[in-house]
Write a protein that binds this ligand. Structure first.
Ligand code: AMP
Ligand code: MN
Ligand code: MN
Ligand code: MN
Length: 282
């Protein structure tokens, strides 16, 4: 049996539930993952503790990040793998994003207050393991706990996604800037879950073209957070642009209806793998 690989996971440094060391113990012991990357949203904070624990467990570990960006007013996620967590520019971007998350969360709280839901900002902040990284997922969890919605998905559709009643846009860097930052930090840029954006057909092709032009090298062919419906389009990008395929669960907690870490499916044989661009045994 091959190694179990998961290159997209979240800890409580962003919107995941387990702390970085707990996450590594869980994915290793309960899920059998032996090649892992931590990819928290817009923060590098969990990488040191995760790496230390992963090394103790004998795992291959890549420090990572999932950068929020914007492209033609759509929010896009770019994963950086094997980034230098001390890189000044990437750390500066994480700092900026943290301030933007705080501003957005306060505005979302104000919007909820107008809708009659009081104390939402405080409740979301309270749930956040990292007070400098408040996520819309924290708001969704509060709504679910309060019985305002019956699922996370409903929380996003009714309130938190574009068009939702408490939606507040955020000012994220461009895709090209995110790819540049990851490259400057010595990392490999991967387009996260391409099947999850409100883009399809030629618009999605145009996003991938911009991503590649900026220096992007990988794409998540297999992601726990998307249905595998567009894999033929994804395979055509891999062939056309020489992209490498990546795979990850996008795990946040066992509460989500998603494959557990390492269970998102394996990369098909014969497809160039992102691991070939990462250090260590392949
Ligand atoms: P943010 O990074 O604060 O903009 O929040 C986005 C996060 O919310 C994503 O990383 C997912 O973890 C989560 N999310 C987005 N859409 C949904 C959805 N429809 N259902 C559940 N979680 C979602
Ligand atoms: Mn998330
Ligand atoms: Mn994402
Ligand atoms: Mn993610």
């Amino acid at each position: 049996m091959g190694r179990k690989i998961d290159l997209h996971m979240h800890s409580s440094a962003s919107d995941g539930v387990l702390d970085p060391a707990q996450l590594m113990r869980y994915v290793h012991s309960d899920c059998g993952v032996d090649v892992a990357a931590l990819t928290d949203h817009d923060t590098l904070l969990g990488n040191e503790a995760a790496q230390r624990e992963a090394q103790k467990l004998g795992m291959v570990f890549f420090p990572g990040i999932e950068l929020s960006c914007q492209w033609a007013s759509v929010c896009i996620h770019i994963v950086g793998l094997n980034v230098d967590c001390q890189n000044t520019q990437l750390r500066a971007q994480a700092q900026l994003a943290s301030g933007e998350r705080e501003r957005r969360a306060q505005r979302i709280g104000e919007r909820f207050a107008l809708l009659g839901h009081k104390g939402m900002f405080e409740a979301a902040r309270n749930l956040a393991g990292n007070k400098d990284n408040i996520s819309r997922l924290h708001f969704a969890t509060v709504l679910l706990d309060r019985g305002v919605v019956s699922s996370q998905d409903q929380a996003f559709r009714r309130y938190l996604s574009l068009g939702g009643a408490a939606y507040e846009p955020a000012d994220w860097p461009t895709v090209a800037r995110a790819v540049e930052l990851i490259g400057q930090a010595g990392g490999v840029a991967v387009l996260a879950h391409p099947g999850r954006y409100s883009l399809s057909g030629w618009k999605l092709d145009a996003l991938v073209e911009d991503f590649v032009r900026a220096g992007g090298q990988g794409v998540e062919l297999i992601s726990g957070s998307q249905k595998p419906f567009l894999s033929s389009q994804c395979l055509s990008w891999i062939a056309q642009y020489g992209l490498r395929a990546s795979c990850g669960s996008d795990f946040h907690s066992t509460q989500q209806e998603r494959p557990l870490p390492g269970r998102q499916g394996e990369l098909p044989a014969g497809i160039p793998s992102i691991l070939e661009l990462l250090p260590g045994p392949v």
